[in-house]
Design a protein around this ligand. Structure first.
Ligand code: SAH
Length: 217
């Protein structure tokens, strides 16, 4: 049974306020963040950390992304209900829940099997429904392409061309690109007629994208 008490909800409201102060303004994104109990992704002993605006270890050397980062990526993706979204890097499954609250149809892929299984079990027990895939998402996932939106939640050395190919037109890719220390958030919009618009945003710090188009084969 998932416990979401008055205290948890209070802590969540405070976190949302912090995100608003940091510049997150899309009411739909804020509302989704308000709905998803982030403490469920933490061991009880670390409750205080669940509603701080920071990343946190989830095992296997990976992290649950910072709420601000999740909010920025989700805002940039401009999710509308019914969007078919590929999330690369399931990790804890938190970002996936946010996408589901925005009524997206989510395909989420994770490279590390223990994390894939953990997220699949947890989200299912929470009543969330997504397609959980175990594999190398640096190549996207061609079986269900094209996607209206692709969100990469690990830092890539460059933008894999194959991800642009798997975008619908119109469609949008949100991907952090750069070295191991910091990465620039990049958006690639594909317009009808396959015209591409690339934009660079702020800097963030992600764990590395692994796999064929990532840092480690
Ligand atoms: N979206 C996640 C963030 C997790 S951190 C969340 O909300 O918690 C990034 C995740 O990307 C890690 O779990 C890591 O194992 C995974 N990852 C790294 N390279 C990958 C690849 N090539 N394909 C799929 N997942 C990958």
């Amino acid at each position: 049974m998932i416990e979401d008490s008055y205290r948890h909800r209070g802590m969540r409201r405070a976190l949302i306020k912090t995100l608003e102060e940091k510049g997150i303004s899309d009411p739909k994104v804020l509302n989704a963040l308000k709905k998803v109990p982030r403490h469920v992704f933490f061991d009880k002993a670390f409750l205080e950390h669940a509603y701080q605006d920071k990343a946190f270890p989830i095992g296997e050397g990976q992290t649950i992304s910072q709420p601000y980062t999740v909010a920025v990526q989700t805002e940039l993706a401009q999710i509308v209900p019914g969007d078919k979204v590929l999330e690369i890097g399931t990790g804890s499954g938190y970002q996936c829940c946010i996408l589901l609250e925005l009524e997206a149809k989510v395909y989420t892929i994770e490279y590390l099997r223990p994390l894939h299984l953990q997220a699949k079990n947890l989200l299912t027990s929470m009543g969330y429904q997504a397609h959980f895939i175990h594999g190398d998402g640096s190549k996207g996932f061609s079986a269900y392409a094209p996607y209206d939106k692709i969100i990469v939640t690990a830092g890539a050395p460059s933008v894999p061309e194959i991800l642009i190919e798997q975008l619908a037109a119109p469609g949008k890719l949100v991907i952090p690109v750069g070295g191991s220390e910091r990465q620039e958030m990049v958006t690639i919009q594909k317009l009808p007629g396959n015209k591409i618009i690339k934009k660079e945003h702020n800097y963030f710090s992600f764990v590395p994208l692994l796999g064929e188009q990532g840092w480690r084969k």
